[in-house]
Design a protein around this ligand. Sequence first.
Ligand code: HEM
Length: 497
Amino acid sequence: YNSSSSVSLLGTLLVLLLVYFISTSSFSSNADGKQPPGPKPLPVLGNLLQLDLKRPYNTLLKLSKKYGSVFTIYFGPKKVVVLAGYKTVKEALVNKADVFGERDPMKIAESSKGHGVLWSNGDSWKEMRRFALTNLRDYGMGKKACEDKIIEECQYLMEVFKTFKGEAFDTTQPMNYAVSNIICSLVYGSRFEYDNPEFTSMVDRTNRNIQLGGSPSIQVYNLFPWMGRWIADKSEFEKCSNLNKKQNMELFSRLKETLNPQMCRGFVDAFMVRKQTLEESGVTNSHFSNENLLITVLNLFAAGTDTTATTLRWALLLMAKYPKIQDQVQEEISRVIGTRQVQVEDRKNFPFTDAVIHETQRLANIVPMALPHKTSEDVTFQGHFIKKGTTVYPLLTSVLYDETEWEKPHSFHPAHFLDKDGKFVKRDAFMPFSAGRRICLGESLARMELFLFFTTLLQHFCFTPPPGVKEEDLDLTPRVGFTLNPSHHKLCAIPRL
Ligand code: HEM
């Protein structure tokens, strides 16, 4: 067994070496014009040895200081062009949206097979994205119905917080369940109890996979798929992903049994009705397939739960770390709404709280490299030639921490979003949802959730470090993962009202 695997290992290395020399020969021929500069790659490994695989975005940020805002780096044998800084990322994703708007699916996302919204391209992506957007809007995304669901969910979440009676606890699970329930309402048409194992296991597995997705070993797998069978994280990832698929299919069939085309309960119903209508009118090759339904729903869960819950957890952690800022938020809440329930409409009267939420998103930088894009055609960009099909990373970290855009890029400084009179100001370089054709599909939902959850929680609780832990000891170093979560920590939620 050992010798056969080392033979295949050697064989693969040789093939990779060959691929490398072929790819670098076109690199040196320069026939296509000047490629973006970058550190010199090694055969096969590329620049892997220079990369901090736990925090690749930090390495890329450093390299952008040396090589400029458009540079080339080799992730193993894979060539990647990195875009850095607000001006460059905007010019590419917004001004040249068509060229830079395609997705480069990662190997680990392979089981999507071009379905869904996150990892797909072309007509299927276009249809699924449009359908998801209009339907989520119909089922309340950005509207009153959704606002009410979020407000209701807040009450359940606060019940959980109260059970700890001011003692320190980990906010991760309650926050994930609460946020996930908003997606459940939009997608299935109903929420779940926090002790329903069908629900909790699905949320826990989704979160585990997002964490695994950013682990160094999965990144190695993405670059060298032949190593897959030795990578334990990959098996675990697939196991979680398959169980979630199975569970969703069960949920779908229950919804199908009770489907009423006149009264769709959520996204899944609407999808099934559209599919039936198309089939009845004889359309057989539409994109409304069972695969697209399944993968789109999984995508909405994966993209919509961890991101928002993580941002809220950063916000609470930052409040515990900076109690003076927490006081100012609470002062604003008392002054503007007192003890009544907050509404989205109130946001315009909450400049300071709004600035704190924006600054949290900026500093937390939870999707540091967006998701990989690729070029849809050959392009000359800022004087550099980039070939069709090249992987492109819009380095969102470099936009959110752009030293030419932000007064204090590395500090928590809500004044970034306030003018001298204390009014809220938008900032161009605020780009946590990315930009252009692939901009986050859930932005309006996420913004509504962040405002309502955060304001309601701060209205009812004061967040502090556990007894014996000083504010300055609260660690802001993110944990390794596909999205950047706070490191493990506990907080106390002291009731205020
Ligand atoms: C604070 C919360 C959130 C943040 C920071 C965030 C951020 C992002 C980012 C950076 C991307 C990648 C854009 C790119 O490739 O350039 C993205 C894509 C996406 N997000 Fe979000 N997101 C959040 C919440 C949500 C929610 C609540 C949903 C679900 C409704 C959602 C659904 C999606 C989907 C489906 C995509 C893929 C879009 C595509 O490829 O066309 N996100 N998000």
